[in-house]
Ligand binder design. Structure first.
Ligand code: LMR
Length: 395
């Protein structure tokens, strides 16, 4: 029966990994998949992660099952990172937290949970959004609609168009927001815009769903979660999918969390029973290692300070690269100043798919077809090369 299957194209983001590996040109530059890179182009294990791993290696007592929710310590500390360690919601009994296999696991289980709540709900996603959002959410059976988000003219958020589109959402619909560092555009809502979206959500009876995969990589940990925290204070119900891939550099360990805020403690208990049963039916329980590392770091003040310091350096590096790239393009009289106004790992260069192909084929510079670049893939050494190639394809 396998003969009935038809082959699918490669994933537009992950497919680039293979293409890049196969390219034999020594000069090749990878601005594709969203992983942090240092000045040498490496994606190192963070120091606090290494130390936590050493500690776990010595102290871990068992590899026995952890259950569908994962560990309480991880859930509590990650929810604290997201919502603020002193947030009263942490002790309200209204939170259901699941340790998940990466942010993807959180998104997919959120979608399964939403299907159990309301099969007819439509999830509104930004246009554009991360390439895996629609497969992950739509694959669970949810209806998807897009709201306008990115303006190719201003290179910022087209907020009026966004609000106008969300006015069309019906009570019970779900609005997916990027917590910070919008992927793929790098254009984020400011705090007043978060408030306006919160008001609209409350007004229309919508359910906010925040995907936060880059906390700490925009500006700083607290600032990057400010919109989410402001929203969480005001809404009765909320879904948050978080990833530790980027801010802890735990990509391959698949570490994330799904946090669901219910209106009452009793609804949270019922919701938890449904969610954990759904998890049991999908992958039974999450992997342990990455979450144990995160818990170790977040609950030890010295490790936490080391991790936060290293994360801040990474973020400063990305912000610096943004400035440097703008300056380099200005040498060719090309205005890319918007890149320095955006945040996080990604920005669009704004070139056509044909120009993206030319960048790849002629110049060995890899980026997603949409012209999304991973800013962290830039470096002092390659910025002049990228800038020159970009100028040449833009001619
Ligand atoms: C990206 O957007 O490049 C990352 O989130 C990696 C992925 O899984 O797509």
């Amino acid at each position: 029966m396998f003969e009935h299957l038809t082959a699918l194209p490669q994933d537009p983001i992950l497919g680039l990994l293979q293409l890049f590996r196969n390219d034999e040109r020594a000069s090749k530059i990878d601005l594709g998949v969203g992983v942090y890179k240092d000045a040498q182009g490496n994606t190192p294990v963070m120091k606090a992660v290494k130390q936590a791993e050493l500690r776990l290696l010595e102290q871990e007592q068992t590899k026995s099952y952890i259950g569908p929710a994962g560990t309480e310590g991880f859930g509590r500390s990650l929810a604290g990172l997201l919502l603020g360690d002193n947030n009263p919601l942490l002790d309200s009994g209204r939170l259901t937290i699941a340790q998940t296999p990466g942010g993807c696991g959180a998104l997919r289980m959120a979608a399964e949970f939403l299907m159990l709540c309301n099969r007819d709900a439509t999830v509104w996603v930004s246009n554009p959004t991360w390439g895996n959002h629609i497969p992950l959410l739509g694959g669970a059976g949810l209806n998807i609609k897009e709201y306008s988000y990115y303006s190719k003219t201003t290179h910022g958020v087209d907020f009026d168009a966004m609000m106008a589109d969300l006015q069309q959402a019906r009570a019970g619909d779900v609005v997916l927001l990027h917590g910070c560092c919008h992927n793929p555009s790098g254009a984020d809502l400011n705090i007043e815009q978060w408030q306006a979206v919160t008001d609209l959500i409350l007004d229309k009876g919508l359910l906010p769903f925040v995907d936060i995969a880059y906390q700490g990589l925009g500006l700083r940990l607290d600032e990057d979660a400010a919109g989410l925290r402001q929203l969480a204070e005001q809404v009765p119900e909320l879904v948050v999918a978080a990833s530790c891939s980027k801010n802890f550099g735990l990509y391959r360990e698949r570490t994330g969390a799904l946090v669901i805020l219910s209106a009452t403690e009793s609804q949270a208990k019922t919701g938890a029973s449904q969610l954990f049963s759904a998890i049991r039916g999908h992958y039974s329980m999450p992997p342990s290692h990455g979450a144990a590392v995160v818990e170790t770091i977040l609950t030890d003040s010295a490790l936490r300070a080391s991790w936060q310091g290293e994360l801040e350096l990474m973020t400063q590096r990305i912000l610096g690269l943004r400035e440097q790239f703008v300056t380099e393009m200005a040498r060719y009289d090309l205005d890319f100043s918007f890149i320095a106004r955006q945040q996080g790992m990604f920005s669009f260069l704004g070139i056509s798919p044909e120009q993206v192909l030319e960048m790849r084929e002629k110049h060995a510079i890899y980026m997603v077809d949409s012209s999304r670049i991973n800013v962290a893939g830039l470096s002092d050494a390659n910025i002049p090369v990228v800038a020159q190639a970009l100028r040449s394809v833009m001619r």
